[in-house]
Design a protein around this ligand. Structure first.
Ligand SMILES: [Zn+2]
Length: 339
């Protein structure tokens, strides 16, 4: 099969999927800037985007990545744009507006890494970044009937002491952060040293979700086990590879851990060979709590409607099953849980 047939380019979503009320748990705020806003802002930062092609070439991944360097450059170009409080507020507001108006999302968890924005723009403190984002969310809540909350991301590629500062920041702002996450490539970056930080966050009432079991490597399922047993993960970002390991599947089921699955992301990062072979249905039919997510919608040229459409088209999920996945996302959300 031609790999491009999994791409959203030029494809339409059925009215039934569009009309389904949706909830999403796994979406990186830094990578949801509205394309028209990117094109408007980019020239200020020395990035000329005269047409759609130049925008796509610079900011979007349309085919499974061959070259990690090219992908990292797209992340760095996006980082360049997150340069002021005004822009961050706009980013947050527009992310919610687009989710509600375009995707019929009524409950949305957005996550971001304070360190990622701060590294690109050292004049922006964590406090300034966070307040600007919160202002954007507040504006959206006033204008649209959308429930929205934030997750704070630790980066496993950073030193413990840097992540400790971020954890303290998240705990100080536990009224505006729902949870704590650990992101970045886990191969070669063991999660276990961060266990004390996650224990502190949990004690402060934050929800715990961990990026794990994403890349197709032999240790993938073990990483998920570690995230659950050592970090107390209630949800796993991806976890897509555990279908090969019955013991870890059993653990995930027994603990009631929710999987935040992101099909297009998995295809574009080569976590799975193609969407027809995505183990979504295996995980769902095993009775695990599965949810559908976009991960990085703009850079992956997707949205939640399109993820639903792909699962219907390539894995045969019925509209009822898709609605159930959305309901599961609502039930597993840190916004709706009772403390
Ligand atoms: Zn992610």
């Amino acid at each position: 099969m031609n790999k491009s047939s999994f791409s959203r380019e030029g494809q339409v979503v059925t009215p039934e999927i569009q009309a389904l009320p949706k909830a999403e748990l796994h979406r990186h705020l830094e990578l949801c800037m509205r394309p028209s806003t990117i094109r408007e802002l980019a020239p200020q930062f020395g990035i000329e985007l005269p047409d759609k092609e130049s925008f796509q070439q610079r900011f979007v991944i349309l085919e499974p990545m061959q070259d990690l360097g090219a992908v990292l450059n797209k992340f760095l170009d996006t980082q360049k744009l997150l340069a002021s409080e005004e822009i961050l507020e706009r980013l947050a507001f527009e992310a919610c507006e687009d989710a509600f108006k375009n995707e019929n999302i009524h409950l949305l968890e957005l996550r971001y890494a304070p360190t990622f924005i701060h590294q690109g723009h050292p004049h922006l403190s964590f406090a300034k970044i966070h307040s600007a984002i919160c202002r954007g969310l507040d504006r959206a809540r006033k204008q649209y009937p959308i429930e929205v909350g934030l997750i704070c991301i630790l980066q496993r590629i950073l030193a413990y002491k840097d992540n400790e500062l971020v954890t303290e920041f998240a705990i100080e702002n536990a009224d505006t952060f729902l949870g704590l996450d650990l992101a970045d490539n886990e191969v070669g970056f063991d999660c276990k040293p961060f266990a004390p930080l996650f224990a502190r966050a949990k004690a402060a009432g934050l929800g715990i979700t961990v990026h794990s079991g994403e890349a197709d490597v032999p240790e993938a399922a073990q990483y998920v086990r570690d995230a659950i047993e050592c970090l107390g993960a209630e949800r796993i970002g991806h976890g897509v590879q555990i279908y090969r390991d019955p013991e870890v599947m059993k653990l995930v089921k027994e603990r009631g851990v929710t999987l935040e699955l992101c099909p297009t992301s998995n295809w574009l990062t080569n976590a799975i060979p193609n969407l027809k072979e995505h183990p979504f249905k295996i995980l769902m039919d095993s009775g695990l709590k599965v949810t559908i997510n976009t991960d990085d919608p703009v850079i992956f040229n997707t949205d939640l409607n399109w993820e639903y459409q792909l699962l219907q088209r390539h894995l045969g999920l019925s509209l009822k099953e898709l609605a159930e996945c959305s309901e599961q996302a609502r039930r597993s959300s840190f916004l709706t849980r009772e403390n």
